[in-house]
Design a protein around this ligand. Structure first.
Ligand SMILES: CC(C)(COP(=O)(O)OP(=O)(O)OC[C@H]1O[C@@H](n2cnc3c(N)ncnc32)[C@H](O)[C@@H]1OP(=O)(O)O)[C@@H](O)C(=O)NCCC(=O)NCCS
Length: 183
């Protein structure tokens, strides 16, 4: 983790981001795209990054080793007033760099941005049920499993379920009775 810098994505990173995602997609079955299945063009990625730069509620961070992207993490806020208290995290680390603390360092920065800058009440994410290392990292940061999304992934002709996990920064006001009703 020593040589890894965590920086905000900028437009010049667009091409490298697409290349990275097309590789990382093939390194596990844990993302919503496989190898070479990340279909954005460089121009679309540049536009996305430009919009993120002016956004007050979303951020894309890159973990870099010697200038090369080895991790991408994003926190995306929602525009509508009624959802503006929530944000959603997505995270990946290049396989050669797993288990070196990079995913955790990225999560720390994303959560700090959500909590202290955006002042969110909830951060949400979705993770494949058998993605043990990711679930371990999310639990370490206080995320709780709130439910399952059956058939969230469709990979090579098979369905896979996902866990929905939330991190709450303040107490929820949902009574046990309401929670039971919702399930
Ligand atoms: C999940 C992912 C982001 C984790 O990144 P990372 O840089 O390896 O994470 P870290 O090194 O910070 O932490 C990994 C932790 O998981 C633990 N771990 C590793 N394998 C594990 C397993 N099979 N079961 C439980 N814990 C495990 C490690 O011991 C470490 O624990 P610690 O923080 O208590 O020391 C990375 O593996 C990845 O990008 N995977 C592919 C894409 C993906 O799954 N993204 C998440 C989609 S929701």
């Amino acid at each position: 983790m020593n040589n890894i810098s965590i920086v905000k994505a900028s437009e010049e990173d667009a091409e490298a981001i697409i290349k990275y995602l097309n590789v990382v997609g093939g390194e596990s079955n844990n993302l919503l795209f496989g190898e070479n299945e990340f279909y954005m063009t460089v121009e679309e990625e540049q536009n996305l990054i430009r919009n993120l730069k002016s956004s007050l509620s979303s951020i894309m961070l890159l973990g870099k080793d010697n200038g090369n992207i080895v991790s991408i993490g994003s926190l995306s806020g929602f525009r509508s007033k009624r959802s503006s208290h929530r944000g959603e995290i997505a995270l990946s680390v290049k396989k050669d760099y797993w288990n070196k603390g990079i995913g955790s360092a990225m999560m720390k920065e994303l959560i700090q941005f959500g909590k202290e800058v955006v002042k969110l009440s909830v951060i949400q994410l979705t993770v494949k049920v058998d993605n043990e290392s990711a679930i371990h990292v999310y639990k370490k940061f206080g995320f709780k499993q709130i439910g399952y999304y059956e058939k969230f992934f469709y990979i090579d002709g098979k369905y896979f379920d996902a866990c929905l996990m939330n991190l709450y920064f303040d107490e929820t006001n949902l009574s046990k009775e309401d929670k039971d009703k919702a399930l």
